[in-house]
Ligand binder design. Sequence first.
Ligand code: ADP
Ligand code: MG
Length: 242
Amino acid sequence: MTTQLRIDGLEKRFGGLVALKKVDLAIGRGELVGLIGPNGSGKTTLLNIVGGYYTPSAGSVHFESHRIDGLAPNRLARLGIGRSFQMTKVFRRLTVLENMLVPGFLDWSVTPAEAKAKAMDILYRLKLAPLADQLGGRLSGGQAKLLEFGRIMMLEPRMVLLDEPFGGVHPELKRFMYDTIREWNDSGVTIVLISHDMGSIFGLCRRVVTLSYGDIIADGDPDAVRNDPAVLDAYLGDYHHA
Ligand code: ADP
Ligand code: MG
């Protein structure tokens, strides 16, 4: 498998707090990797560095042939990395369709009519087309999350970073998001998925990486990680007893 993302000796400190400790991680093209661990273990920090929102304190990140640590998020979007946020970011006073067109115009080779057609295609796929003219602020939490997926799809990324997409989403919509993530990955897009929803993580991911206090304590197939004593101790013990 070709390595698409390579993280070497990555460290992130916030004052005296070490959020990531010399993390090494390689992700191959087309993988769907789950990233789990207790609250505060560094999952979002890792995605923030790969997505260009934080600069690492030490170490490097390579995406395909580019060294990307320290590059701005819009540069990374153009290089092919898309990112969703733990706190969904939707423009509440723009319509659903207008929300889709904000990132679409990053691509200057596309005319407004082409961008609109592309946006509507994606909205149909996400079952949001009937809501195209509604304000973003009127969407449910799950619909807003899907709209965020749609905005990422406009940019046709080759790698997508998803930070807790299922949080607070209605079960029916969660199932649709789950299928959408699987189809996205089936179309060749590499996905890194942070979630506390173990049913979704173990159902979707063939590889699960576990963080604890800024260290990778396990990395392997779901069955191995599920039964790893270190993972049970740091995180999953509660899940099994739940
Ligand atoms: P997770 O996503 O696994 O819950 P985070 O990556 O959000 O964990 O946080 C890891 C640690 O880094 C936590 O102790 C958190 O408080 C700290 N942290 C994250 N972002 C910042 C920041 N911008 N400033 C200070 N501390 C931060
Ligand atoms: Mg987080």
